[in-house]
Every structure is written in C-alpha cells, then in structure tokens.
Write a protein of this length. Structure first.
Length: 120
C-alpha cells in the first residue's frame, strides 16, 4: 500500500486518528476551523483517502485503516532512503546540525540503539 501523503492528506488523517470513529458530517465541521476547508474539499480528500484504502467510510462513519505509526515509519524510511542514501547516521547528523543533545535525549537514543542493535 502507498502510504505517501501530501500535507493536506496527513492533516485529515491526524484529525481522524484523534477523533475516530467520526461521522463524515462531524469531520467536515472539525476540518472547517482547523484546516479552513469547505465541505467539498473535506469530502474530496475523504473520498481520495478511502479510495487508496487508508480511510474507511461506512454508513457515514469514518475510521482509519492504517495506524499513525505505520505512516510515520514509512515517511521516516523514505526520507532516510531518498535524501541520505540509506544512511541513518547521516540523517541524524543533519537533523542535529549544530545542536547538542541533552543527557536525557542521549540516554533515550542509546536505549533505542541498544534495543535495535544486531546481536553478533
């Protein structure tokens, strides 16, 4: 499944993840102040995401068929693969730039590294 989302699609997905299950009418009412979308824009985006299998709209009740974590995982992998030649260290170095890590962040990253390190 193609998880690549434009910004507008992602914003609509965020609203659904936050409020699901949500009626399509209520979804439009939430999108109006948050995104500034007219009813037709909300329904067009909803139809598009349903067509791609990312959202479900059954009896005017909208739910997601994919978790936010799956989209985040797809997005982060795509960035590392396409922009940083599959190099996670290059990505982290570019992300940090001149910033220094706090001890807490460094400890959390070390725990992640230890968790995902291949055992030899």
């Amino acid at each position: 499944m193609n998880y690549k989302l434009c910004d507008g699609e992602y914003h609509l997905m965020e609203i659904v993840w936050e409020l699901e299950p949500i009626s399509s009418t209520e979804l439009h009412k939430v999108c109006l102040p948050r995104l500034g979308w007219k009813k037709s824009t909300t329904y067009t985006m909803l139809r598009k995401l349903c067509g791609r299998g990312l959202l479900l709209n059954q009896d005017s009740i909208v739910t997601s068929s994919v978790k936010k974590e799956e989209i985040e995982r797809y997005d982060s992998r795509e960035v590392v693969e396409t922009r940083f030649n599959c190099s996670l260290p290059k990505f982290v170095a570019a992300f940090l730039g001149e910033r220094k890590l706090s001890q807490k962040d460094a400890d959390e990253l070390q725990k992640l590294i230890d968790t995902y390190r291949k055992k030899e």
